[in-house]
Design a protein around this ligand. Sequence first.
Ligand code: ADP
Ligand code: MG
Length: 443
Amino acid sequence: MDTQTLWQIVLADLEVQVGKVMFQTFLSQTKLLELSDQTATIGCTQPFLLSLIEKRYYPLIKKTLDSYTKLDTTLLFKPISGPPKTTIDGPLFHVKPQQNMSTSRVRLHPEYTFENFAVSSSNQMAYAAATAVSQKPAVSYNPLFLYGGVGVGKTHLMQAIAHIMIKNRSQTKLTYCTGEEFTNEIIEAIGNKSTVSFKKKYRNLNLLLIDDIQFIAGKNAVQEEFFHTFNAIQQSGGQIILTSDKPPEEIPRLEARLQSRFEGGLSIDIGPPDFELRTAILLIKAKQRDVALPINLAKLIATSVENPRKLEGVLVRALTESQTQGVPLDEDLIRSILGKTAKKVEKTAVSPQKALQVVASYYHLTLTQLKGAKRDRAVSLPRQVLYYILRSELNVPLVDIGNIVGGRDHTTILYGVRKISDLLQVNKTINGDILGIKQQLLE
Ligand code: ADP
Ligand code: MG
């Protein structure tokens, strides 16, 4: 095998171990320049990342490389000049895992554990089911089918179950793979006429985890083989855990018999993380890197970044910049990384008191009039505009708005907010008013 092919395989393996974000940020920038005399020379196209990669990933890279070469290699890192890259986020190249599954051991992300999983209303059902399955596999929820959008924690939660099962029963025979890898393996087995060993490998498992199972839909031979694998594992008392981007009934071109198998267990939806959960995830990710991330910075990031995968990206980027440029990890740094989205953050930093003043002066009213009890249109409309601004721009809860604006009931506030949002669709004057007020809030 030439060094290039070898490195592609090693990188594919590393990607699975460290996760896509870390992989793309750090490891995808590396090349194996030379392998001789048990020394691997690894080049990096981003010289400023070099010492970080070496510090953080030396043992992992060595272990992974050695597992393929069967050597005891010393790693040497050196910079290589490549085309300048403006961002460290994007992948330089993407390596598809292409090695035969049977050559890889169980590849679980070491940090995808229950301890590292934050729970909130969007994922607590899934969390409860996952812990139940990890304690009593193949008893109640079989298969466990977790579905939801990108980055909501499906892979993390599914692997957390596997970690517990390995810990509790070291004899557990388990396989983790993606729907895509499973597909490739079946196709390969059919091509090589090695379906017998494929069957032997899969049908004796105690635990089968297939991530992104939607990938097999529409592929007849694969669905057929999976159906038999599924039945064999279930009948011999094994647990099956699947994830998907959609519930079984919504996966296009999924065979009906598979759909009914998937629905025969428990399928649970994981929703997008709310602000609190995003903040908690950031704190966990920082802790894993031994960084004390101040809570106000975690909140600042969580306000403007919604996708959990990007959360980690922003954090890594902040840490990298702070280390390589010797600047403190503070609000300025975070804001500069967040760039444009930071404007949105500033907007939320406006105080309710300021909103009151701006609305009052915009409509030439006094604060007392605005907060008072009078109900004629000259004050009631501005008051409703104020509710709307507080709710939709400053994100103040309805009950709090009621308290701020003269002790009103939250249903009154809700009524006002809805009225203004309806008016906004049809009324140009209100539109202009809101724009003008928003402008003044930012001044
Ligand atoms: P999915 O498989 O649903 O696309 P992942 O499991 O890959 O999402 O999660 C994306 C990233 O967000 C991972 O780094 C994961 O650890 C993190 N993450 C998502 N949800 C949580 C959570 N509730 N607690 C801690 N980390 C989370
Ligand atoms: Mg996933």
